[in-house]
Ligand binder design. Sequence first.
Ligand SMILES: Nc1nc2c(ncn2[C@@H]2O[C@H](COP(=O)(O)OP(=O)(O)O)[C@@H](O)[C@H]2O)c(=O)[nH]1
Ligand SMILES: [Mg+2]
Length: 193
Amino acid sequence: MIIKKAQFLISVAEPSKISDFNKSEIAVVGKSNVGKSSLINLITNNKNLAKTSQTPGRTRLVNYFDINGEFILVDLPGYGFAKAPASEIAKWRTLIEAYLINNKNLKNVFLLLDIRREPSENDFKMVNFLSHYNIPFTCVATKADKLKKEAIKKSVQKIASALRIGYGNIIVTSALKKEGVNLLLERIEQILN
Ligand SMILES: Nc1nc2c(ncn2[C@@H]2O[C@H](COP(=O)(O)OP(=O)(O)O)[C@@H](O)[C@H]2O)c(=O)[nH]1
Ligand SMILES: [Mg+2]
């Protein structure tokens, strides 16, 4: 797949505003600051498409991006942002769940995991949630540039075994070094076909 055109569509803050563009969607989930927006920019080779942030918890919206007029990438709010008030966290959670449940356009979820960290309680909850609702997902390790080659391998093995998935099922990426793009594009092609 070659990305020719990537375009921001809309941001949604309320479950009732979740949109149906009648196109296949791939959503990006993961904890706050894991690199969701950066991954969308990596896939689309456009560093300004999705707003990235040094400050965790900034992306509180469901952001839709049209890709080639062929499918839609969806940037979901991050979870596990401890400093936010409980009421805010509950609101994002409702929004994320409303987006994920009964979404006929949703073909796959990219679950992002920081390569340096073991999956968190919230990551496990997300995996269970996706499994429970029969939503297919793909694990993507982010920030691989933070580790050396040997450490990458060890970390990926740890993450894979914690999540009880095969080692080869995790796509390793670095938005900083623009690594993993081809694997991501191949995966997207597989999902859409
Ligand atoms: N070194 C490195 N930093 C990254 C990478 N991806 C994201 N970041 C940084 O991590 C922070 C959060 O990224 P962002 O994409 O906004 O995360 P989000 O909250 O999940 O959308 C930003 O400071 C990014 O520059 C990566 O692959 N390598
Ligand atoms: Mg973001």
